[in-house]
Ligand binder design. Structure first.
Ligand SMILES: Cc1ncc(COP(=O)(O)O)c(C=O)c1O
Length: 368
């Protein structure tokens, strides 16, 4: 069988299982845009504070491209570091209250780096079963022994830690990307302190918290510049020694071209807004928007679990008919039988937009 014939057979199987994926060009104008010729309101993006569209962020990107050129042109360790990279890393370290920070081409590479560098053969990595794919792949890339604990179950983690001799690393999303729920970080950190484990927390979706201040254990923080900060890139923040070890050993940092000057400058401008009064107002607006759809829900990610893949696809299509772009999420992104709509809210959504979403969900019998 030729490779092409083999690929066709694989694709047929994907289609038959309702797992077909394809990119669709979307003409984006912030939280509005045009999809397949239809004007829609977007509830699919991770631009939680709307900063990808902020005039100061866009201006910073344009000015950096003008000043430094389009690309970083080489690995950061060769000739790819610009002053704007260093400025952004200082700003992230100050924001996260850590000694140092390092930026990566994306959040996926940040997780691969942390877990491959720290997960040596003498280490056990304990990972929440619903952690992001980049954490799962980072665990696979590491040489550590791996243990998976039940989602958000500090009791299960405790029994695993108790049964594990030697050096230990616990890794968890702070906000889970497909459920929008929050890890029990205080309980996990207390366990890490008791068992001398390093805690690695992925804060990719932590637009509304939780705040990690004053956790009692050793902590390494991972995040992305691509969601709340509306740009592109990943970051790791922690002690000077851990960051210098990543610079010396992390292959997804060493053997790849540095983050583009435009993305770096955009993230820096977005972070400055985030840490200002304007940022506090945007977060308060996001909080109000979440409360309008799911009162007191801890994050801007609101799942509507429908079960079968086809049900999720049909629900997404019905919402599209209402001019609302909400993605259907299917296995393997989520466990079998838990296909869902994933509603992602932004501070940039207006009350009438949220009202339309609420009414459409009600009319389809899908209110939360
Ligand atoms: C929890 C989590 N970690 C990491 C990533 C990867 O971030 P990036 O999109 O910057 O590669 C994502 C993004 O999808 C995520 O949801």
């Amino acid at each position: 069988m030729s490779w092409t014939a083999w690929a066709e057979a694989e694709l047929d199987a994907i289609r038959r299982a309702d797992r077909w994926r394809a990119t669709v060009a979307f003409d984006s104008r912030g939280v509005e845009g045009t999809l397949r010729g239809r004007d829609v309101i977007v509830f699919s993006s991770n631009d939680y504070l709307g900063l990808s569209q902020h005039p100061a962020v866009k201006r910073a990107a344009a000015e950096a491209a003008e000043r430094f050129g389009a690309g970083a042109t080489a690995s950061r360790l060769v000739v790819g570091t610009r002053s704007v990279h260093e400025e952004l890393e200082r700003a992230i370290a100050a924001w996260q209250r850590t000694e140092r920070a390092l930026v990566f081409p994306n959040g996926f590479a940040a997780n691969l780096s942390v877990l491959s560098v720290l997960g040596g053969p003498d280490v056990t990595v304990l990972s929440d079963e619903l952690n992001h794919a980049s954490i799962i792949d980072g665990c696979r890339l590491s040489k550590a022994t791996r243990k998976i604990y039940r989602h958000g179950d500090a009791g299960h983690l405790e029994s695993q830690l108790t049964a594990t001799p030697g050096r230990k690393l616990v890794v968890t999303d702070s906000v889970f990307s497909m459920d929008g729920d929050v890890a029990p970080l205080e309980a996990i950190a207390a366990l890490c302190a008791r068992h001398d484990a390093l805690l690695v927390v992925d804060e990719a979706h932590a637009a509304l918290g939780p705040d990690l201040a004053d956790l009692p254990c050793e902590l390494l923080r991972v995040g992305t510049l691509s969601k709340m900060l509306g740009a592109l890139g990943g970051w790791v923040a922690g002690s000077r020694s851990l960051i210098e070890l990543l610079i010396n050993r992390a292959r997804p940092f060493i053997y790849t071209t540095g983050l583009s000057p435009a993305d770096t400058a955009a993230a820096l401008a977005a972070l400055q807004i985030c840490c200002s009064e304007e940022g506090a107002q945007l977060r308060a607006q996001l909080r109000r928007n979440v409360d309008m759809i799911a009162p007191s829900h801890p994050s801007p990610i609101i799942p509507v679990i429908l079960g079968e893949d086809r049900a999720a696809l049909e629900a997404a299509e019905s919402l599209l008919q209402h001019g609302l772009y909400v993605p259907a999420i299917r296995p393997p992104t989520v466990p079998q039988g838990t296909a869902r709509l994933r509603i992602a809210l932004s501070a940039a959504h207006t009350e009438p937009m949220l009202q339309r979403l609420r009414e459409a969900l009600q009319s389809l019998g899908m209110q939360r």
